[in-house]
Write a protein that binds this ligand. Structure first.
Ligand SMILES: [Zn+2]
Length: 380
């Protein structure tokens, strides 16, 4: 970890170095919501799109070739409706795989990720957001695993029937007994447990039961920005002790204290949505909900520098082995200046180089750390 000596270099040199590193790195981002744009907006992700933050050409251009594609199910999908929604998202991913086998391929483990990236394609790891998608049934969890899902966040903005969320009132005092069973089953079948969105108590309960490293796929640092979705320094230390990794979220309200008030209102409004519909009517509601929330980016004050500061905070606290990128692209309604979409990622790397990070440090952040977690949790 070379953090003390900052190698000199003008910003053009640093950006050129950053681009070379991105050309060589795996480029893992542990949380993007991009498949929503295909399902809800009918967008063709194989082409460069005008809106949004990610598509396949921009992933290639950025050298971020191995994102985790989230199958995000809003909490207003209840019970078996949530299972159905997860299948729709899985199907949307399959349509992308089938239409463009030359561009993108499903990855089931770390070896797949490395092979697919080496072949010049985008590697897609599938992750479920969030735990209510299994409808309180381990059979559904196991079958999602069979469909290629390799990680799952335990909660989203609301509590579910077995785990408390960071943005809801405590109901289970953390993880219920069934919630502990979910974690054990994920450990057993080889699915990464993702603690982004859970309450602090749920986080510590999860660490007490898991036998494998866990991840926070898209959270930032609460010491810098005081929102419940971010992790305290104590939590980051506990995560590192567990061998886990935190992927830094680029939403403005995760990165800049100046944007927190607006985010509180947004989170509260998001959590309060209860359409009380089902079937096609619910799907239509979800479509409009997504398009209205995420199609236009809201003004904010966060910058790309803030993202570098959050990464650096984790590195100084617990070392470079425990941090990664978890942008939340296409699932955030605010993007930092200078980091407006995935194509800007080399500029973030240039800032890390400017801070004295070595190329091997940067490569750990750009995927090496998450590959380690995959090997430890999923196996080969
Ligand atoms: Zn999320």
């Amino acid at each position: 970890m070379a953090l003390t000596v900052a190698p000199a270099g003008n910003s053009q040199d640093l950006l050129a170095r950053a681009r070379r590193i991105h050309a060589e790195a795996v480029g893992i981002d542990s949380h993007i919501d991009t498949i929503q744009r295909a399902l809800n907006g009918g967008e063709d992700l194989s082409r460069r799109t005008a809106g949004g933050q990610v598509d396949l050409p921009r992933l290639r251009e950025a050298g971020m070739r191995a994102p985790f594609f989230a199958l995000y199910v809003p909490t207003y999908y209840k019970g078996s409706e949530a299972v159905r929604r997860t299948l729709q998202l899985r199907d949307a991913m399959q349509q992308l795989f089938d239409a463009h086998p030359d561009q993108i391929e499903l990855a089931l483990n770390a070896a797949d990720v490395e092979r697919i990236v080496k072949a010049g394609k985008i590697s897609a790891m599938l992750t479920i957001e969030s735990g209510h998608a299994i409808a309180d049934d381990l059979a559904a969890l196991r079958m999602f695993h069979r469909l290629g899902v390799r990680s799952m966040t335990l909660t989203h903005f609301r509590n579910n029937n077995w785990a408390d969320s960071s943005t809801d009132n405590p109901q289970h005092n953390g993880l219920s007994e069934f919630g502990r069973e979910v974690v054990r089953e994920m450990n057993r079948i080889g699915m990464i447990v993702d603690i982004s969105h859970v309450s602090d108590k749920t986080f510590y309960d999860t660490l007490a039961v898991t036998t494998k490293p866990v991840i926070a796929s898209h959270s930032s640092c609460r010491a810098l920005v005081d929102v419940p979705r971010n992790m305290t320094d104590d939590m980051i230390r506990a995560l590192a002790k567990n061998g886990g990794v935190i992927g830094i979220n680029f939403g403005a309200s995760f990165l800049s204290q100046k944007d927190v008030e607006a985010s509180r209102r947004v989170f509260a409004a998001r959590a309060a949505v209860e359409p009380n519909l089902n079937g096609k009517a619910l799907d239509e509601f979800a479509k409009q909900d997504y398009l209205e929330t995420y199609s236009v980016m809201k003004p904010n004050q966060a910058t790309i520098e803030d993202a570098a500061v959050h990464i650096d905070h984790v590195v100084k606290l617990v070392g470079v082995e425990h941090v990664g990128i978890g942008s939340d692209w296409d699932g955030i309604s605010t993007v930092p200046a200078g980091l407006e979409d995935v194509s800007k990622m080399p500029a973030l790397t240039a800032l890390l180089l400017q801070r004295g990070y070595s190329e091997s440090d940067v490569k750990k952040i750009l995927g090496g750390n998450f590959l380690r977690i995959m090997r430890q949790t999923i196996g080969q």
